[in-house]
Design a protein around this ligand. Structure first.
Ligand code: SF4
Length: 331
């Protein structure tokens, strides 16, 4: 999707990617800013302007490069070439960090980030897996920057280490011909069609995600699916049964044989509620006071009894179709 306007730190034009984007989007308005973290005229917009904010593209350089230890598929979460996204999932956790400014920001100092990551990876004693998609969606970002093949190919020059990222999009073609050496773990996020259509606004359909996942597995990448986030909306058992039936029917034998499954229950927040109620007044209400409890800092999660019921249900239904050993964790 073409952005409507670009806000940029002038320094980005000293980077190759910054100059390429300047050429690519030369017909758009470009507004200089001091820092991508504090764009006063955008911070003061109303919540109801969230959709328009999501059409903007912000260009800057990433100054902090702190890796956080992680204990799921990856060993470290690595902030990388972008944050935010043009889609508008009503639960997007980036809204907790960036509020209505969770638009797509691209950081053009990719060489610096890559060099640091490779040094870190090669220096480590063990073979680490680095999660580079926890702050954005790399397939979506790639439609703007073309970064994805560059990232994979550059990282694969490191003597050691693996990358992983999840996505809700389907534009996988740029990664299909890369000699990935089994060192890139691709994870597709899935949800029932009703939830994708009503909650994951602006993302790919389930059918397109499945087709993309099949292609990536066919190119011999290690793959996983994330059933995430599980949302206990009305009729959830029927919705998730439908999802698992579709997956059982449409995933290729290769995906079914090799995949792992992560399951994450939705968390929600006061900030989501206020933005969604004003920007998407017609949308499905995700907050349910009967089913949720506060967990501090204005966040909500599902009550333990409901979560346990959800875990039992999904475990049983996944076991019937794929075998419960496929499940890596519930979170
Ligand atoms: Fe947020 Fe991911 Fe949805 Fe984009 S695709 S809005 S990053 S949850």
């Amino acid at each position: 999707m073409k952005p409507s306007k670009i806000y940029y730190e002038p320094d980005v034009l000293t980077y190759q990617l910054g100059r390429e984007l300047q050429e690519k989007y030369k017909d758009l308005p470009w507004v200089p800013i001091e820092s991508h973290n504090n764009i006063q005229e955008l911070r003061t917009k109303e919540n109801k302007e969230f959709k328009e904010l999501k059409t903007l593209l912000i260009l800057g350089t990433r100054k902090t490069h702190k890796y956080s230890p992680n204990f799921k598929v990856s060993d470290y979460l690595v902030p990388f070439t972008s944050s935010g996204c043009t889609a508008m999932c009503l639960y997007c956790y980036l809204v907790c960090n960036y509020n209505k400014c969770s638009y797509l920001r691209v950081f053009v100092n990719r060489e610096e980030m890559m060099n640091k990551l490779i040094r870190f990876s090669e220096k480590s004693e063990k073979e680490n897996v680095f999660e580079i998609g926890s702050n954005s969606d790399l397939l979506l970002e790639n439609t703007v920057t073309g970064n994805l093949p560059w990232i994979l190919e550059e990282f694969l020059k490191a003597k050691k280490g693996k990358l992983t990222f999840p996505t809700k999009f389907s534009m996988v073609e740029p990664m299909l011909n890369i000699n990935h050496q089994g060192r890139i773990i691709f994870r597709m996020s899935v949800n029932p069609p009703f939830i994708i259509n009503n909650v994951e606004i602006g993302t790919a359909s389930l059918a397109n995600r499945i087709e993309a996942l099949n292609k990536v597995a066919e190119a011999d990448y290690p793959v996983g699916i994330l059933i995430a986030p599980v949302i206990f909306t009305e009729g959830w058992k029927a919705l998730y049964t439908e999802l698992l039936d579709i997956l059982a029917e449409k995933l290729s034998p290769r995906v079914k044989k090799t995949m792992f499954i992560e399951i994450i229950f939705m968390t929600y927040s006061f900030i989501h509620r206020s933005i969604n109620n004003e920007a998407f007044p017609e949308a499905l209400e995700l907050y349910d006071k009967e089913l949720m409890k506060g967990r501090g800092m204005g966040k909500y999660c599902y009550r333990p009894e409901l979560r346990e019921e959800g875990e039992r249900f999904l475990l049983e239904e996944i076991d019937k179709r794929f075998g419960k050993d496929k499940i890596l964790y519930f979170s």
